[in-house]
Design a protein around this ligand. Structure first.
Ligand SMILES: [Zn+2]
Length: 145
């Protein structure tokens, strides 16, 4: 049983694009330290940012995407709304973190159309999950999305 669970593929379901509009869901609270505002997912209207709504198991996250540049290489870096709030206190904190890692932040992707247009404009653009250590060699790894 244990082995079977480990080899099972984690199901990830896309639920469309989220734009913060003040809507909240019962029981959901903002994870930014000291905020605790009512939230639709993991961030309140003051901290939430646009992104892809993705269900993973019983939980639902908003995956936001930034276009960044480092050493002349463009990338799309993604981060879920729980990590954004819990680790960085929101967008500004995360963008500071990216700058500390040597990235020039070119923009936060605000819509699905913008995401698709960005991929079309930059063929072969890598989409990678943010991690504390993103060596430039990561550009050789396969795209996540
Ligand atoms: Zn908040």
């Amino acid at each position: 049983m244990q082995i079977k669970e480990e080899t099972m593929k984690v199901e990830v379901a896309m639920h469309g694009w989220y734009v913060p509009d003040g809507e909240t869901r019962p029981g959901m609270r903002c994870v930014v330290k000291g905020c605790n505002g009512e939230a639709a997912y993991h961030l309140c209207i003051h901290h939430a940012i646009p992104g892809m709504v993705v269900g993973r198991g019983t939980r639902t996250f908003v995956i936001s995407t930034w276009l960044v540049q480092r050493r002349n290489a463009l990338r799309l870096i993604t981060l879920n709304d729980y990590a954004l709030g819990d680790l960085f206190g929101g967008r500004a904190g995360f963008e500071s973190q990216l700058a500390n890692q040597g990235y020039q932040v070119l923009g936060l992707i605000s819509s699905l159309a913008e995401l698709e247009a960005t991929k079309l404009r930059h063929p072969g653009l890598h989409v990678i999950l943010w991690s504390p250590d993103l060596p430039d060699g990561d550009d050789e790894s396969p795209a996540v999305v």
